[in-house]
Design a protein around this ligand. Structure first.
Ligand code: ZN
Length: 396
């Protein structure tokens, strides 16, 4: 496993948006590895993308037939983000380093560890001659770091997945594998443009102070939204919807001018029970009343919008199965939880596929000196093996 992960990390797989050449070479390596391990069904589905040298973005599906009709997918991604600031790394990021209990390198955690763990977890069944309970599909996708068009969305459009399938998306997790994420918040990033009228600071009545209007709007808006959308969900670390003014742009270099224009941003993370359209309607209402009292004009526009997918029930079959596999390996019961950002479980959940987001994580994804614990990788492979075998392990 260590050797396979290191060999994989040495082959860069960065998307064209980050000036990379895509996943073609890494995909070739992984397809060959799966065949070498002994898997008979290794399918490569390529999405056309003229921005990369090969013109194609590979997606790999390793299948093993089960003894029931249910399908269980584990979806990991082959692509990584770039290394970032190379000077912040203790070694070249694409030359992985193995120390006593760790492997470091770009992509070892996000998402290499789980890709390799799922592959070796399934290979344990192959070696032991145990058929999986469900039809297993290990899906290694491209393009996760830049919007999924050539990855999971491409496969969903091809009709690979069905509504009553189950999925594990191990692309987020807690140290020791202690949590299973079942729900995400909606994300709204907004830019606010407040236009007043510029004038000398000694004669404010001749102008309209855009900064003051922006400040009033920011405060009134978040107070009103926090009152209007008060619901709490204990699955989340922060149980409320969060409404935060964040970035504030410069409105000019000097102190003695009444600013005529002020722009700033909001970052909202909204519980999935609320609709972003309702949040926007409330925000617009506040903007209208601040416009009236100040004389400024307020425009609110989207920077990013991600409507949360429906929650996967913490009592659902996939969460229950995964929980008992983790209990057997780790001796502790993972708790269901919610996360503030989006994962690639969202397209699955929108399709009605129950999805558990879980892994044993060092929480160093995208960091310099990203690393994994070798024990985590092995434990997670054991969890996959038990999850895949299901009831069939008792028969063997
Ligand atoms: Zn990831």
């Amino acid at each position: 496993m260590v050797e396979s992960l290191c060999s994989m990390v040495k082959i860069k797989a960065i998307g064209p948006e980050s000036h990379g050449e895509g996943e073609a070479e890494r995909g070739k390596y992984l397809a060959a590895l799966a065949k070498q391990i002994g898997f008979k069904s290794v399918e490569v589905l390529e999405s056309v993308d003229t921005r990369v040298p090969t013109g194609k973005r590979p997606n790999i599906i390793v299948r093993m037939k089960g003894t029931t009709d249910r399908n269980l997918w584990v979806v990991t991604h082959m692509d990584t983000v770039p290394e970032g600031d190379v000077a912040a790394w203790k070694h070249p990021p694409f030359e992985p380093q193995v120390t006593k209990d760790k492997i470091s390198g770009r992509g070892v955690e996000d998402n290499g560890q789980e890709l390799i763990a799922s592959l070796f977890g399934l290979s344990a069944l192959l070696k032991a001659g145990i058929a999986p309970e469900c039809n297993i599909g290990l899906v290694f996708v491209s393009d996760e770091e830049h919007g999924n068009t050539h990855g999971i969305d491409f496969l969903i459009d091809k009709g690979i997945f069905q509504e009553d399938d189950m999925a594990v998306v191990p692309d987020h997790g807690l140290p020791g594998g202690t949590g299973i994420a079942v729900v995400e918040k909606s994300i709204a990033w907004l830019e606010v443009d407040v236009v007043g009228r510029q004038t000398h600071a000694s004669t404010p009545d001749k102008g309209v102070n855009a900064f003051e209007a922006a400040a009033r709007f920011a405060v009134d808006a978040v107070e009103s939204l926090r009152t209007k959308f008060p619901q709490q969900d204990p699955l989340f670390d922060n149980p409320r919807s969060t409404f935060e003014p964040t970035k504030c742009d410069s409105n000019g270099p000097n102190v003695n001018t009444i600013p005529g224009r002020q722009t700033f941003s909001f970052d909202f993370r909204v519980l999935p029970d609320y609709k972003l359209d309702d949040v926007m309607a409330e925000l617009r209402g506040v903007a209208d009343s601040v416009e009236k009292t100040t004389g400024a004009r307020i425009t609110v526009s989207w920077l990013q919008r991600a409507d949360a997918a429906p929650k996967t029930d913490p009592g659902s079959e996939i969460v229950t199965r995964l929980t008992s596999a983790v209990e057997s390996v780790r001796g502790t019961t993972p708790h269901p939880f919610g996360i503030g950002g989006g994962t690639c479980a969202a397209p699955f959940r929108k399709k009605g596929i129950e999805s558990a987001v879980w892994s044993s994580s060092t929480e160093t994804a995208h960091d310099a000196n990203e690393y994994i614990l070798i024990d985590d990788m092995v434990s997670d492979a054991q969890v996959y093996a038990l999850l895949f075998a299901g009831k069939n392990i008792e028969k063997s």
